[in-house]
Write a protein of this length. Structure first.
Length: 206
């Protein structure tokens, strides 16, 4: 991919940035010269991601559901690379399940990763964002506005991420934090699409 922007010397941190779309985002920033930090739950994913992100890259194990591990990951990132210029929050979980067969815990686990996790990341990151101006980017999904069958948990969680984005833009814009959400369409070859269209269906199940 031909990268057309320059992030030389900037610090970009991506939560959930070790596979799929979020790793692609981290790799684009790395190619544009950024010093990149990625964080996710699994050491193997962290190690594999860092190996693709250049010598300066830092990988940290953290579960966004656990705000202490988020806080520690941020502290380690800032110690290595300094204040964060761009913070991407993209950790997510998904599976297909009819609402009447979805346990309370199955619903909750996606809320905890996607929505509560986004809040944990933002809440603990804001003190580490570059005082001269920074960008906070949430990764949402079409399910935030389009109701999709077997996606009650994801639809609720990502709708919450959208509203969290709007509220934080109001609260933090005046102090130089630009807050946005990106909603990718269906991206072939990703874990998300393997879960939503396991047979490679052309027509989605909703
Ligand atoms: C029904 C399920 C289930 C399934 C898990 N559960 N999978 N219920 N159908 N297929 C239930 C479990 O039975 C349990 O409920 C509860 O969910 C928690 O499951 P755990 O396995 O204990 O959770 P955990 O180990 O924390 O794993 C979280 C996870 C997992 C979300 C379930 O799949 C995961 O780690 N996913 C991360 C990767 C991922 O999903 N990537 C895709 C993102 S794409 P009980 O009641 O038994 O305790 C995306 C949107 C894509 O977000 C949009 C495309 C257009
Ligand atoms: P993916 O490859 O499964 O990426 C999810 C990432 O989040 C992984 O790095 C995973 O690593 C990490 N993660 C999961 N649970 C975590 C937790 N509790 N704490 C910290 N990290 C966690 O999925 P993807 O399909 O590329 O999707 C990436 C993002 O794009 C998600 O926000 C998704 O909702 C959104 N999206 C995807 C599509 C699509 O077509 N795929 C479409 C629209 C939106 P570990 O397992 O190591 O934790």
């Amino acid at each position: 991919m031909n990268v057309q922007f320059d992030f030389t010397g900037r610090h970009v941190m991506v939560f959930g940035g070790t596979t799929g779309i979020n790793l692609g985002i981290a790799q684009c920033y790395a190619r544009a010269g950024a010093r990149v930090t990625v964080a996710s739950r699994k050491q193997a994913n962290v190690d594999a991601a860092v190996a693709t992100l250049g010598a300066a890259a830092l990988g940290v194990v953290a579960d966004v559901r656990d705000e202490q591990t988020v806080a520690v990951a941020l502290a380690q990132a800032v110690e290595r690379h300094g204040p964060i210029d761009v913070l991407v929050s993209g950790a997510a979980g998904n599976f297909l399940a009819p609402a009447d067969q979805m346990s309370s815990n199955a619903f909750k686990v996606v809320l905890d990763i996607d929505l509560l996790g986004s809040f944990h990341v933002a809440r603990h990151a804001v003190q580490h964002l570059h005082p001269g101006g920074s960008s906070l980017i949430f990764i949402t999904a079409p399910q935030s506005v389009v109701p999709m069958a077997y996606q009650a948990h994801v639809c609720a969680a990502k709708a919450g991420v959208d509203q969290l984005t709007r509220v934080l833009a109001l609260e933090w814009g005046a102090r130089g934090v630009r807050v946005n959400a990106i909603s990718p369409g269906p991206i072939a070859g990703t874990e998300g699409m393997r879960r939503l269209a396991p047979q490679g269906e052309q027509v989605m199940p909703w």
